[in-house]
Design a protein around this ligand. Structure first.
Ligand code: GRF
Length: 220
């Protein structure tokens, strides 16, 4: 008997490259989640085209046509209920959510953010990292809480900052890491291998690596 695959909605607002990585990963027969629905807050989000071509049901909820956040979220909840969604993966979804909606999906809604949280919340994370002068940047997948870019951390990937980096070159390398990290993190959550305990997660396997990432590298 095939194990139950968690029904996942991916919420986007634009390009959708993380959504694409999740859709591709979920094609594997042993992946514990299926992407049943892609919902966009922008009707012309480029990511919708990939999702439609992949045969996935799409819903465009133009946030500008809703007078209040609550009305937008009511429509969102209706779409999620209609598709029997069990988990939400935010992937470049540019709408702030009310505490009520976030509470309803507590520990069942995850997000990817292009920094090593809790550093560099909000927008322009790569500019923030470069202006802070950090030598290691990265990305984080976390459970969503009402406060912006916070919540129990599920997985992170570190990326060394190069001396000639611009926000764009750093963003490219972090994005490549995001595309590997997000499917791996969703796998853990959908398979029930990682749980929230307090405001941290437990259940992850330790990395099979004892050396640190040194940036700049050690000499000699
Ligand atoms: C990604 O960098 C993601 O971490 C952030 O928004 C960006 C979305 O890119 N939340 P894409 O739409 O997945 O290509």
């Amino acid at each position: 008997m095939t194990a139950h695959r968690k029904k996942v909605a991916v919420l986007i607002s634009g390009r959708g490259s993380n959504m694409e990585a999740l859709i591709v990963a979920a094609r594997a027969v042993d992946y514990p989640a299926e992407i049943t629905t892609v919902i966009s807050s922008q009707p012309d989000a480029p990511g919708l085209t990939f999702a439609r071509n992949a045969g996935i049901a799409t819903v465009a909820l133009d946030h500008k046509t809703f007078q209040a956040r609550e009305a937008f979220e009511a429509a969102l909840q209706t779409a999620l209920d209609a598709a029997g969604v069990e988990l939400i993966a935010l992937a470049g979804f540019m709408r702030l959510m009310t505490p009520d909606f976030v509470g309803r999906w507590r520990d069942r809604m995850i997000n990817i953010h292009p920094s090593l949280l809790p550093s560099f919340k909000g927008l322009h994370t790569h500019e923030q990292a470069l202006s802070a002068g950090v030598r290691v940047a990265g990305c984080t997948v976390h459970f969503v809480r009402a406060e912006l870019d916070s919540g129990p951390i599920i997985a992170q990937a570190a990326v060394a900052v190069q001396s000639g980096d611009t926000a764009a070159t750093l963003a490219d390398r972090v994005l490549a890491a995001e595309h590997k990290l997000y499917p791996a993190a969703l796998r853990l959550v959908a398979a029930g291998q990682i749980h929230v305990d307090g405001e941290k997660t437990i259940g992850y396997e330790d990395v099979n690596q004892t050396t640190a990432l040194f940036s700049p590298p050690l000499q000699g």
